[in-house]
Design a protein around this ligand. Structure first.
Ligand SMILES: Cc1cc2nc3c(=O)[nH]c(=O)nc-3n(C[C@H](O)[C@H](O)[C@H](O)COP(=O)(O)OP(=O)(O)OC[C@H]3O[C@@H](n4cnc5c(N)ncnc54)[C@H](O)[C@@H]3O)c2cc1C
Length: 501
């Protein structure tokens, strides 16, 4: 009997483990709701609400095959051990999971149990993340080669093993808030396909030019991220659909569709970025907790200002674009890339908060929380990788660039509804001070310059170049098949150039 342990792959299509297991014999499709996982500080009710919808639809799809999804609530090792006792000979199938520290240690426990009890655990890569990667050289080529292979077929027939199932716990049984969202994203494969279809055929034309403003990004971005995170659709399926659509656009010579082509090329690259960032956490799980580059250790650890943190979390920093973004994210569970970067850049640089607590707060707010992307991006925007250009976003400039008329700010910060348009991003300069809205929590220019000075001081340390080179060799994106020696030399030159600049 084959247990198909669904994790972050809640679909029947392009699901290699399901296909293989059902070819191999009768299956037990299992999803384990782990109470302890849901107590972790990065998880919230909004993740659970989305998950429940995905499970419901997965169950319906399995029922079309004459079976059902067996939901069990509890500890993974105990549940698997109980199933083994009952069914004696079992094989365990699942996709490799590169997720948070808790799931990493749970998998280590399952691995130890499987070894001890002679259970064969067949784990396969999902997407393009490579387990046990020995070198980053040629990673992109491997990604394309894997993506260009055909997607797995849906099984034609499944033989099921019957088992008892538990009821899905309520949010409060898992100590989670109800966390109802404004225009909440819908879980399940049907919605993922709908989003992909509308993005590729109507919403995505101006993706490239409209992704940075929260006003336009809401429609022009694909909004597929929670579906990718829970696996209702695979990266490969999205990549194939995008490639086919691009080909159609290119073949249609009567209508050149320049915007479409540029937009879909940008989108397609981001599918690779998804795996590129998760690869970092796969190769070094510790970056969830500590700086990617140890030269930055000690920089912010001992000066965490709770008053600043609370103001940032609640959207009361006095910077309208920061506050609007935080309130929008809290209400909806989604935010576009640039505004995510703005939020974490502001907390790490202007407020000089260590990134760990702010990143946990954002993790709880993003319905699409994906630790591999999340912590790598957080560290990049906080300047703790040492391999990326130090970029400190100016919240006033971002407001003027991305919301010039203040439409977004007025919607999410009603205290500023009636302010003179000239002062929408600098209300403290307005002759009529807005009621109920705080003055800026820090001076923008002074705090930005202070942060920049501190970060560049670390970058100038003699040991920085050596450590950054090692970080780059382990995690850096690079084209072609460079040798590690070549990589070292070119990076040292690049870092030198940045410091001279
Ligand atoms: C501080 C910070 C934290 C982030 N945390 C997450 C997270 O927890 N989960 C998450 O999915 N994304 C995260 N991102 C990346 C990005 O903001 C989101 O993927 C994107 O906004 C999701 O919306 P979308 O699906 O409409 O994206 P689209 O622009 O339509 O892109 C399609 C897909 O490509 C991938 N992608 C897009 N941009 C990036 C990127 N910059 N890096 C890696 N992959 C990308 C995602 O899988 C995304 O769903 C984070 C970015 C920052 C700056």
């Amino acid at each position: 009997m084959n247990i198909v342990w669904f994790k972050r792959d809640l679909r029947l299509e392009d699901n290699k483990i399901l296909l293989e297991a059902s070819h191999d014999g009768p299956i037990l499709p299992l999803y384990i709701i782990e109470k302890e996982l849901w107590l972790q500080p990065d998880l919230t009710g909004r993740h659970y609400n989305f998950l429940k919808q995905c499970l419901d639809e997965l169950d319906q799809s399995l029922r079309n095959y004459g079976g059902k999804l067996i939901i069990r609530v509890g500890d993974a090792v105990q549940i698997l051990a109980e199933l083994k006792d009952k069914h004696s000979s079992i094989k365990l199938y699942s996709h490799q999971e590169t997720w948070n520290g808790w799931t990493f240690s749970r998998d280590a426990q399952v691995r130890a149990w499987a070894r001890k009890t002679n259970v064969h655990w067949i784990e396969k890569a999902q997407h393009g993340v490579v387990r046990g990667l020995s070198s980053r050289n040629g990673w992109s080529a491997k990604w394309y080669s894997s993506m260009n292979k055909p997607a797995s077929q849906k099984p034609t027939h499944i033989e099921f093993v019957n088992e008892r199932a538990d009821l899905i716990p309520t949010n409060s049984e898992l100590k989670l808030d109800d966390d109802e969202l404004y225009q909440a994203p819908k879980g399940g494969r049907r919605e993922a396909k709908k989003l992909l279809n509308s993005f590729l055929n109507s919403r995505g034309e101006k993706y490239r030019s409209e992704m940075s403003s929260p006003l336009t990004a809401i429609d022009s971005c694909s909004r597929l991220s929670p579906h990718i995170a829970f696996g209702t659709i695979s990266i490969k399926e999205i990549y194939h659909s995008t490639t086919n659509r691009l080909q159609d656009l290119k073949d249609n010579s009567t209508h050149p569709a320049k915007d479409w082509i540029q937009s879909l090329k940008s989108f397609s690259s981001r599918l690779r970025w998804h795996c590129h960032f998760i690869q970092k956490l796969e190769s070094e799980p510790e970056i969830e907790f500590r700086n990617m580059n140890s030269c930055y250790d000690g920089l912010r650890e001992h000066c965490f200002n709770r008053i600043y943190f609370e103001a940032w979390k609640s959207g009361h920093t006095g910077y309208p674009m920061i506050d609007a973004c935080m309130r929008f994210l809290t209400a909806t569970g989604w935010l576009n890339f640039r505004m995510r970067a703005l939020l974490i850049s502001f907390s790490s640089q202007h407020l000089w908060l260590h990134w760990r607590e702010p990143s946990l707060h954002l993790a709880g707010l993003f319905t699409d929380y994906e630790p591999g992307i999340h912590y790598s991006q957080t560290q990049m925007q906080s300047g703790t990788t040492g391999i990326n250009t130090i970029r400190i976003y100016n919240p006033i400039k971002q407001g003027l660039d991305q919301d010039p008329t203040g439409t977004f700010v007025r919607q999410w910060v009603p205290e500023l509804e009636n302010i003179d348009p000239d002062f929408i991003h600098t209300p403290w300069l307005s002759p009529s001070k807005p009621k109920g809205y705080p003055p800026p929590i820090v001076d923008e220019k002074t705090s930005r310059q202070k942060a920049s000075k501190k970060l560049y001081a670390v970058k100038r340390k003699p040991e920085h170049k050596e450590i950054a080179t090692e970080v780059y060799i382990k995690h850096g994106s690079r084209k072609g098949k460079q040798t590690t020696k070549g990589t070292r030399i070119s990076l040292k030159n690049k870092l030198q150039g940045e410091l001279n600049f």
